[in-house]
Write a protein that binds this ligand. Sequence first.
Ligand code: KG4
Ligand code: ZN
Length: 342
Amino acid sequence: MDIKGDFFVLGIETSCDETSAAVVRNGREILSNVISSQTDAHRKFGGVVPEIASRKHVELVIPVIDEALKEAGITPERLGAIGVTYGPGLAGALLVGVSAAKALAFGWNLPLVGVHHIEGHVAANFLEHRDLEPPFVCLIVSGGHSHIVYMKDYGEFEILGQTRDDAAGEAFDKIARALGLGYPGGPQIDRAARAGNRDAVKFPRVYFDGESLDFSFSGLKTAVLNYINGFVQKGEPVPVEDISACFQEAVVDVLVNNAFRAVRLKKAREIVLAGGVAANSRLRERFREEAVSCNCSFYYPSPVLCTDNAAMIAAAAYYEFRKGRIAGLDLNAVPGLRLGTR
Ligand code: KG4
Ligand code: ZN
């Protein structure tokens, strides 16, 4: 679809435990990105409680949208479209954002664009790096997903590898919980690992036979949990820093090896990181080193754009809109939405 002049998209994201709304200009420039995190409400349960998430989204979605418009200095008449995450995610949580987006699109007479949450994570890089364009290889690692994709063009993904069980972030969260580090676990392990020895113990790394670039983290998770239990049963102090460092190194090894195999397979010149785990300092460090030895450019978003936010959804919606992919007012939440389907 041809777009003349500046095009402003209002993005809405409610797939998990952040209520977020943002205004983005021409798919690349953030005018506002309001994120209301519910982490405090879920912390005492050690993870996201879906029912609490839905209720919080209902309370917050309209005030957050109001604030995003106000901060951007944009009135609804100047918007070109509304983009909303419609999957994957928690059903009740997604429904809140989708319902709000549909009501506003109807009331303000604006086109509605349904965005795949993972495509949003990839698009976070377009906000950070205005020169970045497909094709590139992208590793998306979040609390719910681990994918290696080849992004051929905007909105066109070839899946090269994905997790067969736990997502990388899920493994971080579970191990952090077992180590008593609290929720969300990724940032805590990242911090604890800095004081640990990554050679203290060798945890398993799983690679599949042949060409597969899939991941599996459940064996690693069990091995680390058993190792922790060994200390608990003997009444010995658990070496939290060393375990954090060795667990993190095992996850990072597999992510780096598979992602750079994908780079070589596709003869890509660019490797991109996305998703909450992309904020991990060791993962970034290893990607930086590997990218130098592969002679390719490495892109990653700043931490606030790695985790869930609506600016990335607005950016993805802009490119979907340009492709003419506009949703009807019958758009529904699809909790198990797969990448590459629409
Ligand atoms: O992308 P995201 O906000 O939500 C999903 O779409 O799932 O990712 C959240 C995940 C959590 O599992 C969190 O522990 C992890 O990202 N995470 C990290 C770091 N920061 C967030 N994992 C490792 N190291 C970090 N620094
Ligand atoms: Zn996410």
